[in-house]
Design a protein. Sequence first.
Length: 644
Amino acid sequence: MDASVAPSRGRALSFEGQEARLTRELAEGVATQRVAAASELATLTPAAARPLIERALGDPELDVRRHAASAAGQLGLVEVLAITRSWLDSDDDELRAIAVTLEGELGDASSVPLLSRALGDPRFAVRAAAAQALGRLGLPACAPPLGTALEDSDATVRVVAADALGRTHGEEATRLLLARSLDPALEVRVEVMQSLSARADLEGADVLVDGRVVAVLVGGLADDAVEVRVAAILGLARARHGGAAPLLVHVMDEAAVVTTTRPAEETRELRAAIAGLGRIDVPVAREALVRALARGLESPSVTTALRSQLSLAPDEVESVLASWLGSEDSIEAPDARARVVAGLLELGPLRGGDRLTRALLAALSDPRIRASLVLRSLGAVIPRGEAGAPPSGATEEAVVALLAGLGDAGTAEAAIEGLERAADRGVLDPRAVDALLSPTVLGEVPGDAAATEARTARVLALLGRFEDLRAVPLFVTQARGPSGPRRRASLVALARLRALPEEARQQLLGALVPHLASADPEERLAVREIALRHGDAASLDRLLTALEGAIVLDRPLSWEIVVALASRTEIALDATLRARVEARLLGALTSTDERIASAAAAAIVWADAPRLREVVALAAALVGAEGRGDPVALARAARAAGCT
């Protein structure tokens, strides 16, 4: 071979596979290369990696052996334990630690005696690694040696042993943790409590040990260290023990005594108690959380906990909320009722009912509560009622209150929000349409054009949900205005209507083309729905003219409309318009611009248009002969149109 064309060593290596490269680097490379190669071994398949890992485990460089052992653990290569078990008697502390770690990752019951022996190692790091390895195995047989590790002189080893026992199966692991709950080292007590907390989540007497876990967790509430108390609180919450609820209420009340100057650790304890009460399904927990809401304690935490309670007992939670709103005896501060009203907005979807609704209506007469706040909340609790059944008395009163709020400039915004929330719940009283169309609601917000725009758009969107023809003139006027939230809301509302007065229909269809050129995708989609539902031959003619011109349109949507209207037998097309549709569609399907061809073909597929079968067949013949258009998209269109 000519030396000028022979590959250099560097070129040859550039084609070398990963396995071959790692083999070479582990055998020939300097220490840094071997370490780097060993760090890649876990990316190979187990079969390919095994011989390389076995080689690397014999490397004189400790980091190479560490990476090789890690790779063996990740790949599940149990076979290498025959090599690493010899390291358990090594004079190198780190090598012994690597060996016991791998034993925990790959071992089985036969590993327990080896790891138990390692718990007597002179180095605490090896003992900690052995305890962690036993925890990874998690076998009941691991509990006794881990109990020995709980007596270790080094607190770090005891911490690791407590964590390992938390992951070990069987009653013995629980008993050993219980016996160590008063360890003198804070970090050990915290770990013991956290492990017991995790086990309190489990089911079965072998874990709870006849209620002793709960008893020890309760005892942890009196610990001097806040970290232990928080762990105990979380454990009681996981156990969902009803008898713990009064204790957590006491913790919450005690931690909340200091308010603005409350230290961070007390806040942590308070939040833990609140979260715990959210998980315990007893009345005292619900009552305490609503009281905390009224007091303004850690509002986000209380709201989250009440949401948890709503998933457990929604009717009971709402009953307590109604009681707090309706009883002067339960009010501890002048603004307590207002906090509960505001909290209703944060609790998410509520079932609602007559009692809670009437309690809110009564709050309208409380001068300490802003009427706007009550109106917003009314929409969140207004009873839905049964389908086809007349509204309840509470629903009727709530609707009247919301409509009255619309008539007051000071509460109109809140009443709109209340009606929006009521609409979300399926409460759409037709009396609201006239009220929403009133000048008070649709008038200008003095000196604030942006607020006027936002409010009008919201009203238009709300009116659209009623699907009432009384609002059509307003929708049409706004739909023909400048692009923006008002026009978008009006077009979306009109797209919902299945019937339109003829004059409004013609006005809308006359503005079809400009709307399809809108930069707002939601607006274009609404126009598409209007055109597909109400379009006629005249609107088809206007759209074809636009497609033939230079105007910028959403072409995929435009072709969907053209094809759909042309395919409908109820729309009469004269010979001239039919020929024009077919010629224009043929040109699009065979266009050299693949985007146009794809859009037209997709429109055929979407419309299921057998009426246009001949055009599609002709286009397929032309595309096949001349190599234009999008053959794949056209093939789909041909199948949809029924072409052979």
